[in-house]
Design a protein around this ligand. Sequence first.
Ligand code: TRP
Length: 477
Amino acid sequence: MARDVWHSRLGFIMAAVGSAVGLGNLWRFPWMTSENGGAAFLLVYLGVVLCVGVPGLLAEFVIGRRSRRSPVGAFSSLSDSTLWRVFGHLSVVIAVVLLSFYSVVGGWILRYFGASLTGAYFSNPGQYFATVSYGLDAVGFHLLFLAITGLIVVRGIKRGIENATKLMMPAVVVLLVVLAAWASTLDGAGAGLAFYLSPDVELLEADLLGILPAAAGQALFTLSLGSGTMITYASYLDEERSLAADGAAIAVLNTCIGVLAGLVVFPLLFALVGDAGTGGPGALFVGLANAFVAVPYGRAVGAVFFAVVSLAAISSSISMLELPVSFLVDEYGVSRRRATALFVGVFTVTGSATAFSPGLFDFVAGTLVDLLMTAGLIGFLLFTGWVVGQNAVTEYELGAGAVASALSTPWLYAVGVVIPVFLIFTLVSGIAAALGVSITAVELWGVTISQPRLFAGLSVVIAVVSFLGLRRPASVA
Ligand code: TRP
């Protein structure tokens, strides 16, 4: 059977934006922003999106369109090194890890949509979240969310994913604009806007190293980078259109929607709860629920808000499910139906595990996902820069305009060298933080080396070793 392709360029863009815009923008972004200093975080995050996110997105697009295969197949068709083939499988693992917690949060959202209409959480939002967030209740709604995702993916690229996201994305934008306009009229919204939009420069200077890994993790997460989702989506492209133009459009749309989400969330929280709300994944639910309790027509406003989030979450979860499904379809010739059924089965189990255990949930949704995605993206970038190499430039230039073409060689240099070194640095700091290592300084042969320098040194060593380990292209494509 011929491989599916997107019906139109707009369809591809909408699907990719649908993947990018999701809980990352509406739930994780406000959570990370409030934990990392508000506007200072926003600033660093925007920088990382521009300098790392966009080039990274293009690298995934190049791998996908060049190979016309899902990540596992892409790596084995563009190189004959076993190491890369094994690495390709990591993308399936990451997608599985991602959806295992994503569908649990998706389930919370669906539940909150209903609970806004009925007013179920209105008497005590904090307690409500505590009783429904984990356990059997959470499992039930996680399964509902998973079932919706599966029903879209099983219909395939054009009929399922493209049609669904083409409707969902405009709806999300319109509803968010309405909500943001309304939120800005609330008494006390100004404090929220200030927290969100005017950066605290001192904090930035004092804690850049703390903010950077969180901002990098968030930037990758929100652009769906590092797991091969974008490789998969680009593999269904059959036209020679400018990848750079599409990538820029996707990144801009995603960023605007993220910023817009902040314009809804922060004014609302400051006006009605008094602060940004801190601490943990539930903060947003409890904080916003409190806000909906306090505003006029709170039930309706709450329902609209959670409807937006549901749409955004589903358009992302389908991209996570599409990856392992396309792997079975491409590599083993399994039918789409069977592959979807099989993976829905897998996620039923893995998602239920995170829905039962808050500890596991926190570890998976925070630390594990950040580290895996960063490691994944480092691999994709090195692969693009060193294995696909000159062919990547050729692929990038297909259909690209004059400006984009002029940037092709600097781009290859950035994805091959500069960005991997930066990402290795955030990975090393992230692992150190996860292990609870906080070395303030070490003494080596009588010289005192500060922690940032130590991490930077370690990153350079790891980068050099990885560069040395790279093979030249054995490209069959
Ligand atoms: N970007 C999505 C969001 O912001 C989440 C997502 C979808 C994702 N696919 C991904 C994150 C692949 C990392 C990798 O909600």
